[in-house]
Design a protein around this ligand. Structure first.
Ligand SMILES: Nc1ncnc2c1ncn2[C@@H]1O[C@H](COP(=O)(O)OP(=O)(O)O)[C@@H](O)[C@H]1O
Ligand SMILES: [Mg+2]
Length: 252
């Protein structure tokens, strides 16, 4: 079976700066990959190239045997290539529930004008999506936050809402950009449990960027280290962390 995600020779340039340089990697269906590297290494840009927010200068991107390199962002999102952001991107003035329902709209596509007139079919879809969103909120221990405005919530809670919204799309490839930021130890432990459980159920490919390596090693069995846009080491977390080039990339 083809890998869920495979990237060949991906390069992203911003003017004269090569943010991602000839990166190749694969993640199996149901597999996990961790990405580490110092600030500015190109980790977030790699995610943005996978979801279609930035256009690569070179390279090829395959998802489940489909070449999505030229697909626009919305089409990738609708086919389950979704990410969370290093700087959370939620609708701050909407409630937690509303934000999660938005994730469902990505796959339950219907003309916006139908939503305005609200015929029974649309109401039925909305009802069903709200039910699914509530079930997800329950599993992420967010039920008591359902009606709260997102902008009023602590950062770590917003991070979880963002993950709930991403899961709501029924992802094929889920990219999490520094999910542990602001979480305490209990929240981190809970997060690891729930993401693993959801991955077993939904069988998406998971890629996680994270500075907290102990947290990352609980989520993934394989890691790549990036520096100046390139992959400088890959393998099991403990062996990647022990690579002199990796140590040097943080200190040098
Ligand atoms: N939209 C952009 N325009 C110009 N430069 C960018 C843009 N996004 C990122 N960069 C630059 O690309 C490099 C990689 O950034 P980024 O992918 O955010 O690194 P990381 O996530 O590993 O910290 C940095 O030098 C950053 O300043
Ligand atoms: Mg980043």
């Amino acid at each position: 079976m083809a890998p869920a995600l495979s990237i060949h020779g991906l390069t992203v340039r911003f003017g004269g700066l090569t943010a991602v340089s000839n990166v190749s990697l694969t993640v199996e269906n149901g597999g996990q990959l961790g990405i580490i590297g110092p600030n500015g290494a190109g980790k977030s840009t790699l995610f943005h190239a996978i979801t279609g927010r930035v256009r690569p200068a070179a390279g090829r991107l395959m998802v489940d045997e489909r070449d999505v390199t030229r697909w626009p962002m919305y089409r990738r999102a609708a086919s389950g290539i979704v990410q969370t952001f290093q700087n959370i991107q939620l609708f701050g003035s909407l409630s937690v529930l509303e934000n999660v329902v938005v994730g469902g709209h990505l796959r339950a596509a219907y003309p916006a004008v139908l939503g305005f007139f609200g015929p029974p079919r649309v109401r039925r879809i909305e009802c069903q999506l709200a039910g699914e969103a509530r079930a997800l909120l329950g599993r992420l221990e967010l039920t008591n936050m359902e009606g709260r405005r997102v902008s009023e919530l602590p950062y770590a809670v917003q991070k979880r809402v963002e993950v709930a919204r991403a899961l709501m799309t029924r992802p094929r490839v889920l990219l999490l950009d520094e999910p542990a930021t602001g979480m305490n130890d209990y929240e981190k432990g809970f997060f690891v449990e729930i993401v693993r459980e959801m991955q077993r159920e939904l069988r998406f490919a998971l890629v996680v960027i994270e500075h907290d390596v102990a947290f990352l090693a609980q989520l993934v069995e394989r890691m790549v280290a990036m520096s100046f846009g390139q992959i400088i080491a890959q393998g099991r977390p403990e062996s990647v962390m022990a690579e002199p080039a990796v140590v040097e990339s943080y200190t040098g």
